[in-house]
Design a protein around this ligand. Structure first.
Ligand SMILES: O=C(O)CCC(=O)C(=O)O
Ligand SMILES: [Fe+2]
Length: 345
């Protein structure tokens, strides 16, 4: 296993308020070099107060007794089905070669048209949750559109909206999930010997928005030299609130022939502290076919991403290279959930 290396990951910070071709290029460069970027000046799409109040709601939820939280257990009918609801302590392993992660989570999918059944106190804030999910999606749409611009997708093929259209939630269901995460203090009973709180993994979908709190670091990314680098919560002293951290997921990497990088990351910190984070995992519509993206930039990139794709296939437990039919986004996600949760479906 690579050893921790506490140097800063040097992830670029990008102001997305004015979507010029130059900003689009910055997003593409960050996505294809680091697989991560910080987004600032997002308040016009997602006000910081919404983030703050969602963190408060999350803390209230996780503070409840287990009996209350488990009424909406993950995958249960009461929680609205597969990949929705509460994940108990050590209930999943993001790195399947390690024991369950010492954390709890609650998964909420976008409303279709109503929100899934929610336990108290989340149920009392459904309007606020819906608004937050919409705002997160608006940020994802902006980033996906910037990527479409920088990849030079031709107008006749759908132009800059090529990716964003395939994530248009008004057109049908998707695997998109918003997740509140809670990493409680651990003790020996929870296997506190390990400081790894979320095992090494890459995300499943297109892009992820990650929200963290000042004073609660712990995220590390795996650098190309196989050492870990810490990702600061607050990379610039100019900012009042932490920027949103955005990362590319496996699906978008796969879709762009490995040009965009789905970087492996993990969470580690010592057991004596607790930590909250929230992630919005944006996925394409279930039926979106992961066919070749009509982009000269990706064409010119050619097979340079072959290694990236190969290591992704290994992480997905798919064995050797797979040719043939383009998968749909749903088929891609189902494979991945099977590995994480040990689901048979
Ligand atoms: O809690 C964090 O900072 C990151 C969590 C994460 O990477 C994930 O849940 O996919
Ligand atoms: Fe992740």
């Amino acid at each position: 296993m690579p050893q921790p290396d506490q140097t800063d990951a040097n992830i670029p910070m990008i102001d997305i308020s004015n979507p010029t071709p130059d900003v689009a290029q910055q997003v593409l460069d960050a996505a294809s070099t680091h697989g991560f970027l910080f987004v600032q000046q997002h308040d016009f799409l997602l006000p910081s107060e919404q983030v703050e109040s969602m963190f408060n709601l999350s803390a209230q939820f996780f503070a409840q007794p287990t009996a209350q939280k488990s009424t909406h257990a993950i995958h249960s009918e009461a929680a609205g089905g597969i990949n929705r609801g509460w994940v108990t302590m050590a209930g999943e392993a993001l790195d399947p070669s390690h024991p369950g992660d010492p954390k709890e989570a609650f998964n909420i999918s976008p409303p279709h048209p109503d929100l899934q059944p929610l336990p108290s106190p989340l149920s009392d804030s459904s309007t606020e949750i819906k608004k937050f999910l919409d705002s997160c999606h608006a940020i994802c749409t902006r980033i996906l559109t910037l990527l479409g611009t920088a990849l030079g997708i031709e107008k006749k093929e759908g132009g800059e909206k090529w990716f964003a259209d395939r994530h248009d939630e008004s057109k049908g269901p998707s695997g998109t999930i918003f997740r509140m995460l809670f990493y409680p203090q651990t003790n020996a009973a929870h296997g506190a010997a390990s400081s790894i709180r979320a095992g090494a993994h890459s995300d499943y979908g297109s892009i992820t928005l990650l929200f963290r709190l000042p004073g609660q670091p712990g995220l590390e990314i795996l650098k190309p030299d196989q050492t870990w680098a810490a990702v600061p919560v607050h990379p610039s002293s100019d900012l009042v609130t932490p920027p949103i951290l955005v990362n590319i997921g496996d699906l978008l990497s796969f879709w762009t022939n490995g040009m965009l990088k789905s970087t492996v990351h993990r969470v580690t910190f010592s057991g004596g502290e607790e930590r909250y984070s929230m992630a919005y995992f944006c996925h394409p519509l279930d039926g979106a076919r992961l066919e070749a993206v009509p982009s000269m930039v990706i064409e010119a990139f050619g097979n340079k991403g072959a290694d990236e794709l190969e290591s992704q296939r290994e992480r997905l437990g798919l064995g050797g290279s797979e040719g043939g039919e383009a998968l749909t986004a749903k088929e891609h996600l189902d494979r991945r959930l099977k590995v994480t949760y040990g689901l048979k479906a």
